[in-house]
Design a protein around this ligand. Structure first.
Ligand code: GDP
Length: 367
C-alpha cells in the first residue's frame, strides 16, 4: 500500500490531522513539541463517490474503497540533519514514504507555542526543506565516494550514475530540492534508487483556524504558501482545518453535515487533501462491481491490463488472458450491466490495454 508521511514543525497540528485522518486517537495531540515519538501508521480510505453510484447498479451491500497509508512522523526541528530533536529517526521514517504531506501552521493561537517564535508558513517550509536537502547532501556525498571507485574501474553504470550525482550535488548545495532537478526519464529512475528525501512529491496542508476555513484563500498565510508554490513550481497546497476534522469524529453523518454547514463549508479540507495526495502519487482507480461487492483498486497511471489485474492477485497477472471493460461514464449513463452490454459498451481488452481511471472490469485468467 502506498504511504504518505505527515511532516512539519512541532505544534503545527500534525497529530490532530493524523487522528482526524485515521479516525482514531492513536497519536496524542498535545501542546508539547515532542509528543509524537513513534511514527503512527493509519490506513485511510480515499473518498470516491463513484463507488456508491456503482453500488446501486451492482445491487450489493458491500463497498470497499481504495486506501492509502498515512504515517505521523515525529516533529522535526531546525538542525535535525545534525541530529537535533528526533532528527535521524525522523529522516529515516520519511525515507520509507512515497509522498510527503507537509503541514504548515496558518493559525494564530497565543496559547500554543510556536517553536520558531511566530506564524510564518513559508519560513517553516524552508526550514524543513533545508533539513531534507542537508540529509540528501550527506547521502549523495557518501554515494559519490562509493561510486567513484567503480566508475574509475570502468563500470558503465557507475559512470552514468556519477555524472548524475555530480550534477545533483551542486544543485543541493544551492539549497534546491532534488525534485526540481531537470532530469531525463532514465535519470529520474536512477534518482528514485537514491531514495532522496527532497525528491519525494510534496503537498502542503495549510492548517487554518476553524473560523478561517470558509475563506481560506483570503487568509494571508495561505496566500503566502500559494505564492511560494507557484514560484517554485511545486505540486500543490490544500487549506484544511485539522481541528474541524477532529471534531467530526464523534458526530453522526447528519450532525457532521449540519456542523460543516454552520461553518460555511462542505468538508474540513481533509477529503480534498487525501484525494490530492492520491493524484500527486500518480494514482488512479478502477473498479470491480458485482453482487458480492463493489471494490476500488489502486493502480498507477499508464499501467497495462495484466499489471492492473496483479493488484487483485499475482495469479491474475501471471495468467492474464483478457479483461472485459466498460467505462464508468457508459455504465452509469446506461444504468445497468445488461443495458451497457446491449449497447455494446463492454469491450474485450488484451494485454496491451492501458487502464483508464474509472474503468469497471472483469478479468479472465488461467489458473
Ligand atoms: P504536532 O506537534 O504538529 O503534532 O501538533 P498537534 O496536532 O499536537 O497540535 C498542537 C496543538 O495545536 C494542540 O494543542 C492542538 O489542539 C492545537 N491545534 C491544532 N490545530 C489547531 C487549529 O487549527 N487551531 C488552534 N487554535 N489550535 C490547533
Amino acid at each position: 500500500m502506498l504511504k504518505a508521511g505527515i511532516v512539519g514543525l512541532p505544534n503545527v497540528g500534525k497529530s490532530t490531522l493524523f487522528n482526524a485522518l485515521t479516525r482514531s486517537r492513536k497519536a496524542e495531540a498535545a501542546n508539547y513539541p515532542f509528543c509524537t515519538i513513534d511514527p503512527n501508521v493509519g490506513v485511510v480510505t480515499v473518498p470516491d463517490e463513484r463507488a456508491y453510484v456503482l453500488q446501486k447498479i451492482a445491487k450489493t451491500n458491500v463497498v470497499i474503497p481504495a486506501a492509502m497509508e498515512f504515517v505521523d512522523i515525529a516533529g522535526l526541528v531546525k538542525g535535525a540533519s545534525q541530529g537535533e530533536g528526533l532528527g535521524n529517526q525522523f529522516l529515516a521514517n520519511i525515507r520509507e514514504t512515497d509522498a510527503i504531506v507537509h503541514v504548515v501552521r496558518c493559525f494564530e493561537d497565543g496559547d500554543i507555542l510556536h517553536t520558531m517564535g511566530n506564524v510564518d508558513p513559508v519560513r517553516d517550509i524552508e526550514v524543513i526543506t533545508t533539513e531534507l536537502i542537508l540529509a540528501d547532501l550527506d547521502a549523495v556525498t557518501k554515494r559519490i565516494d562509493k561510486t567513484q571507485k567503480k566508475a574509475k574501474s570502468g563500470d558503465k553504470e557507475a559512470i552514468i550514475e556519477i555524472a548524475l550525482l555530480e550534477r545533483l550535488k551542486p544543485h543541493l548545495n544551492e539549497n534546491k530540492p532534488a525534485n526540481i532537478l531537470p532530469a531525463t526519464d532514465d535519470e529520474k529512475k536512477l534518482l528514485n534508487l537514491f531514495q532522496l528525501l527532497s525528491a519525494k512529491p510534496v503537498i502542503y496542508a495549510c492548517n487554518v483556524a476553524e473560523s478561517d476555513l470558509a475563506t481560506a484563500e483570503q487568509n494571508p498565510f495561505v496566500q503566502k504558501v500559494a505564492e511560494f508554490v507557484k514560484a517554485h513550481h511545486e505540486a500543490a497546497y490544500v487549506p484544511i482545518s485539522a481541528r474541524i476534522e477532529a471534531e467530526l469524529i464523534d458526530l453522526s453523518p447528519e450532525e457532521a453535515k449540519g456542523f460543516l454547514k454552520d461553518l460555511g463549508v462542505d468538508d474540513s479540507g481533509v477529503s480534498t487533501l487525501i484525494r490530492a495526495t492520491y493524484t500527486l502519487l500518480g494514482l488512479q482507480t478502477y473498479f470491480t462491481a458485482g453482487e458480492k461487492e463493489v471494490r476500488a483498486w489502486t493502480i498507477k497511471k499508464g499501467w497495462k491490463a495484466p499489471q492492473a489485474a496483479g493488484v487483485i492477485h499475482t495469479d491474475f497477472e501471471k495468467g492474464f488472458i483478457k479483461a472485459e471493460v466498460v467505462s464508468y461514464a457508459d455504465l452509469t449513463r446506461l444504468g445497468s450491466t445488461a443495458a451497457a452490454r446491449e449497447a455494446g459498451k463492454y469491450r474485450i481488452e488484451g494485454k496491451e490495454y492501458v487502464f483508464q481511471d474509472g474503468d469497471v472490469t472483469l478479468f479472465r485468467f488461467n489458473n
